[in-house]
Design a protein around this ligand. Structure first.
Ligand code: ZN
Length: 464
């Protein structure tokens, strides 16, 4: 499989450190609010990367952290007159509700900062021993000037950046790129004991500490939104490699932004949507399909009108699935015809096309097209008098490929026996040319929300 590695600025063949195993870390949310749809993009995309790697037989260990102490959490907890823990517990619970509705699987580990203070202090101690830190104004800083490779991920021209950033330099920092590892306690803020006095961790250090604890000193894939490349991921590299002297992550993956009506999402532009907002108007599976209909490194424009085509696309997939289920329940076992043998081969060809797309830097857009092309073929080739085997082969292939993208996850829609009986009766009436009865049954089903379509391949149904 080829993956675009931000560190190399090109697609590279993916080779994990240990054959057959993948260690993967993705930066998680700060839990002071519901998460917004821009954050949903990396959550969905890297869930699919994990699913695809598992589909290809890798054993994947996936870690995603929760930032449960930071300025925003402290402020909101104060405003609501509750503890930081009460606030973050609540939004972690809400996070899991949203990701479940989006069919994003839980990580193997979801470590929280406040439960890993010891590991964080340990890594700062290692950096201190390596001469990469200094204390100033009660805080411990990373001395980026001492880490010669600083800037290697973002490929920033540090001199230019430094000139631009000069306004930010204050006397406490030696360089504008230096960042806080440990913040001295301020009145009314949560704090822990440390060799540098009471305080709390800076933001970047948690990912280095948690990644190392659960995945070891060198991992295979580190991922996140492109806004994290600088400074967050650059700082994670400085911390992890500064402490261990080993490469931190072999592949760095970053997704492009999600824009809203062609503008950057921001609270000030009033175009800021949480996943919860979208859930009020749309089934979140529609939103999932919308996200994966574009390649993850292309900017994606969102508007509610753009969800409409995703909605009909998802309906096409469910209709195909439901029809195959319906046909399989009626079909008789019989040998595959010559044509069906050919069609079975065609199904494998679609799987190859799908895999080719996914192998090419996780091209979910082309992978999805392969599925839709296959569904079109299934609709015209699988008929009421087809063999049960070809129906099942079509159903299995559809579910296999859609499953890698995490689609078609809603519970099996089975027709009530009563409805099935009505469809049978209507078929019989049509055979006998009893149009009045046939129409009557069709209307009855319509009243129950079942729409029938008479196609050259037999009767098809869908729910409305
Ligand atoms: Zn991180």
């Amino acid at each position: 499989m080829k993956l675009y590695n931000t560190m190399a600025r090109k697609k590279e063949e993916f080779v994990p450190l240990v054959e057959g195993e993948v260690k993967m870390y993705s930066c998680g949310p700060t839990v002071y609010n519901y998460f917004h749809i821009g954050n949903a993009r990396p959550f969905i995309i890297f869930d699919i990367l994990r699913r695809y790697l598992e589909y290809r037989g890798y054993k994947v260990t996936f870690v995603q952290n929760f930032t449960d102490v930071d300025d925003k959490i402290i402020k909101r907890a104060k405003d609501e007159n509750i503890t930081e823990k009460e606030l973050s517990d609540r939004f972690i619970e809400e996070y899991f509700k949203d990701v479940t509705a989006l069919n994003i699987r839980k990580a193997d580990y979801h470590p929280r900062v406040t439960e890993h203070i010891k590991e964080i202090i340990d890594i700062i101690k290692r950096l201190e021993a390596n001469g990469l830190t200094y204390t100033s104004g009660g805080d411990v800083y990373y001395d980026t000037g001492k880490f010669v490779e600083y800037g290697k991920l973002s490929k920033q021209n540090l001199d230019e950046l430094e000139a631009g950033a000069r306004v930010d330099v204050n006397e406490v920092k030696r360089s504008p790129f230096d960042f806080v590892l440990w913040k001295g306690q301020k009145p009314g803020e949560p704090a822990w004991e440390s060799p540098w006095g009471m305080g709390r961790p800076g933001w970047h250090i948690e990912c280095s500490a948690m990644s190392m604890k659960y995945l070891g000193e060198t991992i295979d894939i580190h991922s996140g939104g492109q806004d994290l490349i600088f400074p967050h991921h650059e700082n994670e590299i400085a911390q992890s490699e500064g402490a261990t002297g080993k490469p931190f992550s072999r592949y760095w993956l970053h997704n492009a932004f999600l824009n809203i009506n062609n503008e950057k999402m921001s609270k000030s532009l009033n175009n800021f949507f949480t996943v919860r907002d979208i859930a009020e108007k749309f089934d979140l599976e529609v939103f999932r399909l919308f996200i994966i209909s574009a390649h993850y490194r292309s900017p994606l424009n969102f508007s509610s009108e753009l969800l409409e085509p995703a909605k009909s696309a998802l309906e096409r997939l469910y209709n195909a699935k439901n029809n195959l289920t319906y046909l399989m329940n009626k079909a008789e076992e019989k040998a595959l015809s010559q044509e069906e043998e050919e069609f079975k081969k065609a199904l494998y060809e679609y799987r190859n096309k799908f895999n080719e797309a996914m192998e090419d830097d996780l091209n979910t857009a082309d992978g999805l097209s392969a599925i839709f092309d296959m569904v079109r073929e299934i609709n015209s080739n699988v008929k009421a008098d087809s063999s049960k085997e070809i129906m099942k082969a079509s159903y299995d292939m559809l579910m296999e490929l859609a499953g890698v993208l995490g689609l078609l996850y809603k519970k099996e829609e089975s027709l009530d026996t009563e409805i099935e009986k009505l469809i049978e009766e209507r078929q019989k009436a049509r055979k006998e040319k009893n149009w009045a009865l046939s129409d009557k049954i069709r209307d009855e089903l319509k009243a129950q929300g079942i729409i029938l379509e008479d196609t050259p391949q037999g009767v098809k149904w869908k729910r409305v």
